[in-house]
Design a protein around this ligand. Structure first.
Ligand code: ACO
Length: 324
């Protein structure tokens, strides 16, 4: 049976570093509060790269790592909620930036911080159904454009960046073993950002603020619950036991949320990959940036079982298990 094997990873984060100490000068906060409540110490901020440019740089690195030429890509799926434009999609821009052949399919998926795993799920289904042989799957977001830099409750949490993987159709036991995505729209007000479109002259509602709004405490509780159930789901589907897991790469939102998921699985700390201290929550970029870093650090080896889990605005949540 054909599986979607992850054959290359790449990532890109902008150069500009914004530390907790920098934030102390912008809003009433402290390095001590941010570090203790979230685990974040600094984040990267895009000053010139758009979401699609960051996505393309991550994609280019992933293609290089995979040894795959842009002309061989059949499908580009970008998970993002901060596209450069309302349309065309970020994926179409990536296609153009990378010189992926005319006629390949390219589209975005909108699932906030679960965007990468949603994109992986779609691409996995294209590959296992035979509709594509090689796919570029990217998670990219530029939340520095969405957050209100006067709101200390949210601006300390996010950063910008992109990560990518190349999937290739292969027979054998390597690749995506299970991928599950879920949503519950009744929780949409937990976390949202209104449309950047100009108001219609026919609009009868008062315009909402375009900035990200979040109910942090409720999001926290739902994140712990949904990440736990998402992990259980792929473990049950694949028959994997906690001792089979080589590495858990969770969405990098808050160290306390990650620790709750880890305790649920009874995994030792060294089996959970975190880099949110350096990048904060990069939304759809978070899991593929962490995966790429883990690969480069030699933390991911042939035959390893890697588990991914995420939650985000929607509310959305997702999980995946892959054999490397
Ligand atoms: N600096 C200092 N104090 C602050 C800050 C700050 N940056 N932000 C809030 N506080 C204050 C609050 O005003 C509050 O003060 P009060 O007690 O006087 O009212 C106090 O700190 C405690 O606030 P809480 O909100 O209860 O703090 P909590 O421990 O819950 O941490 C946090 C807040 C970090 C936002 C947490 O709730 C969280 O991580 N939630 C999940 C958010 C998340 O993951 N969002 C991303 C979702 S993914 C996506 O799709 C984008």
């Amino acid at each position: 049976m054909v599986k979607a094997r992850l054959v290359g990873t790449g990532s890109f984060v902008p150069k500009k570093v914004l530390t907790n100490l920098d934030l102390e000068k912008m809003v009433e906060t402290s390095d001590a509060w941010i570090s203790a409540r979230t685990g974040i110490r600094e984040r990267r901020i895009a000053t010139k790269d758009s979401t699609s440019e960051m996505a393309a740089k991550a994609g280019k690195a992933a293609l290089k790592a995979a040894g795959v030429a842009p002309k061989d890509i059949d499908l580009i799926v970008v998970g993002t909620v901060t596209p450069d434009m309302t349309f065309p999609s970020s994926a179409c821009f990536v296609q153009s930036h990378l010189g992926v052949r005319s006629g390949a399919a390219a589209f975005d998926v909108s699932a906030a911080c679960s965007g990468f795993l949603y994109a992986l799920d779609v691409a996995n289904k294209y590959i296992t159904s035979g509709a594509a042989r090689k796919a570029l799957v990217i998670g990219a977001d530029r939340f520095s454009r969405l957050v209100d830099w006067n709101d200390r409750a949210t601006c300390v949490l996010f950063g910008d960046g992109a990560g990518a993987v190349v999937l290739s159709a292969e027979k054998g036991g390597h690749g995506v073993l299970s991928c599950r995505v879920h949503s519950d729209g009744k929780h949409w007000e937990m976390l949202y950002a209104d449309s950047p479109c100009p108001p219609s002259p026919f609009e009868s509602r008062a315009p909402r603020s375009p900035y990200l709004k979040m109910n942090g405490n409720e999001t926290f509780k739902l994140a712990v619950r949904t990440m736990g159930s998402a992990i259980n789901e792929v473990m049950e589907e694949t028959g994997l036991k906690p001792e089979d897991i080589s590495l858990l790469i969770p969405h990098q939102a808050n160290l306390r949320i990650i620790n709750a998921a880890r305790e649920r699985l009874k995994l030792p700390e060294d089996k959970v990959f975190t880099n949110l201290d350096k990048y904060g929550n990069t939304s759809a970029g978070s899991i593929p940036i962490a995966l790429d870093e883990a690969v480069r650090l030699g933390r991911v080896k042939n035959n390893d079982i890697i588990l991914f889990v995420s939650f985000g605005g929607g509310l959305t949540w997702a999980s995946a298990a892959v054999r490397w």
